[in-house]
Write a protein that binds this ligand. Structure first.
Ligand code: GDP
Ligand code: MN
Length: 390
C-alpha cells in the first residue's frame, strides 16, 4: 500500500526524523492560510501517489501567501502526468503546503527490503533530487549501499560508511546516524517495504531534513496494523482493482488492450508473455484462483468489460481445482448482465471441459474458441490489430 507524502512525513516525524513543517490544504484559501502561517514563503506540493511531481509541475515555490493561493487554484484538480502515472495521469485532490527550506545540498536516502541479500539495506547518494533515476542509470558508482544485519541493527559504522561514501559533512554524522536508526525502527514497527527520502537535504542552517518522503507497506501485514490501514486513500487507487479486491480476485490493471481472464498466477504470466510474443499487450493481470465461483467469474468479467482500453478478451482456463463448466457459466452470466462489445476468445482445457464448451455453445453468445494457448493468443492479437486498422 502507498500513502501520501504528508502522511509519510507525519509518520517519520513521530519517530523523530526531522521534516519541514507542513499543513494539508484542500482549498486555495486553506493554502493561503497555511502559507501565511509560514511567513508567506512556502512550497505548494500536489499530493498524489506518484513520484516525479516536481518536474511535472506538482511542486511549486511561493514567495507570498497570495502566490500560494494562486498556485493552489491551478494545482487542485490538475492532472499530474509523470513517468510513474502512465498516460492517464493522476488527479490532484489535496495539497501539502510546507515551510520553505533553504537548501545547501540534496542527498538521496532509502531503506528497503533487499531480497537478493535477504536483509534490509540502505541506499544513499550524494546526487539526490529529481534526477536520481538518471544518476542510478548513468552513474551507478554514485549509489552507495549498506546492508543491515537483523541481529545487530543499525550501528554507528553503517552510518559512517554511508556518510563517507556520499560525502556528508563530518558535523552531520551524529544526526545522520540517528536518522538511519529511526528509519529502521519505523520500518520494522510498521511492516514497511520501502522508506524513501529524496531529497534528504543539508539545510542552510547546517541541519538535515527530509524534504520529501515516500513509504510503502506490506499489504499482507495490514490486518495487524489498523492505524496504517486507515491511511489508505482509495481515490488514489484504480477503481477496478478495488472492485476486484472485494471479490478476492488477484487483479492488476496494466495499459495494454487485451483483457485476460486466467486461473493460476503462473498461467496468467504465461498468457501475458504469449500475448506480447504475438505483438500485443495485456490490459491486466488476473488470476481468478482455484476457488472461484460463478459470482466471482461474473465480477471478473464485468471488471474487464468496464476497462475502455480492452479491445478483446482472452479467457485461458486450465480446469483443475477450478472446473471449466463453472468458468463457462460465469461468462454466460456476465454476458447476460453486461453487453459484451468486444470479441472474446476462449481456451478451455481440463476438468469438465466438454461440459464447459457445451454451456458456451448453447448460450448463443458469439465466442471464438481456441484449441491451445498459442492459437488463442494469435486469434486475439489478430482481432485487436484488425480493430485498430478498421
Ligand atoms: P518530487 O518531484 O515528487 O520528488 O517532489 P519533491 O518533494 O522531492 O520536490 C522536488 C524538488 O523541489 C526538490 O528536489 C527540491 O529541489 C525542490 N523543493 C522542494 N521543497 C523545497 C523547499 O522547501 N525549498 C527549496 N529550495 N526547494 C524545494
Ligand atoms: Mn522527491
Amino acid at each position: 500500500m502507498n500513502i501520501h507524502e504528508y502522511q509519510a512525513k507525519e509518520l517519520l516525524a513521530a519517530y523523530g526524523v526531522p521534516v519541514p513543517a507542513g499543513k494539508l490544504a484542500l482549498t486555495p484559501k486553506e493554502a493561503y492560510e497555511a502559507a501565511k502561517g509560514f511567513g508567506g514563503k512556502a512550497v505548494v506540493k500536489a499530493q498524489a501517489h506518484c513520484g516525479g511531481r516536481g518536474k511535472a509541475g506538482g511542486v511549486k515555490l511561493a514567495r507570498t501567501a497570495e502566490e500560494a493561493k494562486e498556485l493552489a487554484k491551478k494545482m487542485i484538480g490538475m492532472k499530474l502526468i509523470t513517468p510513474q502515472t502512465g498516460a492517464d495521469g493522476k488527479t490532484v485532490r489535496k495539497l501539502y503546503v510546507t515551510e520553505m527550506i533553504g537548501i545547501k545540498k540534496e542527498y538521496y536516502l532509502s531503506l528497503l527490503t533487499d531480497s537478493a541479500n535477504a536483509c534490509l539495506s540502505f541506499i544513499a547518494s550524494s546526487e539526490g533530487g529529481t534526477e536520481i533515476e538518471k544518476v542510478s542509470a548513468e552513474h551507478p558508482e554514485k549509489i552507495a549501499r549498506e546492508q543491515v544485519s537483523a541481529e545487530v541493527g543499525v550501528k554507528g559504522y553503517t552510518a559512517r560508511l554511508l556518510a563517507k561514501k556520499i560525502g556528508l559533512p563530518e558535523e552531520n554524522l551524529r544526526e545522520f546516524t540517528q536518522i538511519l536508526q529511526k528509519l529502521y525502527r519505523c520500518y520494522l514497527e510498521n511492516d514497511c517495504t520501502l522508506i524513501e527520502i529524496n531529497p534528504l537535504v543539508l539545510t542552510d542552517k547546517e541541519g538535515l531534513s527530509a524534504l520529501d518522503a515516500k513509504i510503502t507497506f506490506d499489504d499482507n501485514a495490514l490486518p495487524r496494523r489498523p492505524e496504517i490501514a486507515a491511511l489508505r486513500d482509495e481515490l488514489e487507487e484504480d477503481p477496478k482493482e478495488i472492485e476486484a479486491e472485494k471479490y478476492g480476485l488477484n487483479y492488476i490493471a496494466l495499459d495494454g488492450s487485451i483483457g485476460c481472464m486466467v486461473n493460476g498466477a503462473g498461467l496468467a504470466m504465461a498468457t501475458m508473455d504469449i500475448i506480447k510474443h504475438f505483438g500485443a499487450s495485456p490490459a491486466n493481470f488476473l488470476d481468478v484462483g482455484g476457488s472461484a465461483n460463478e459470482e466471482k467469474i461474473t465480477a471478473a468479467f464485468g471488471i474487464l468489460l468496464s476497462d475502455r482500453h480492452v479491445k478483446a478478451i482472452l479467457v485461458n482456463v486450465f480446469g483443475g481445482i477450478m472446473k471449466c463448466d463453472i468458468i463457462a457459466s460465469g461468462i454466460v452470466a456476465a454476458a447476460k448482465k453486461t453487453a459484451i462489445g468486444v470479441p472474446v476468445v476462449v481456451r478451455l482445457e481440463g476438468t469438465n471441459v466438454e461440459k464447459g464448451k457445451e454451456i458456451l455453445r448453447e448460450s448463443g453468445l458469439s465466442l471464438i474458441s481456441a484449441d491451445d494457448l498459442g492459437d488463442a493468443a494469435r486469434k486475439c492479437v489478430a482481432l485487436v490489430k484488425a480493430g485498430e486498422e478498421a
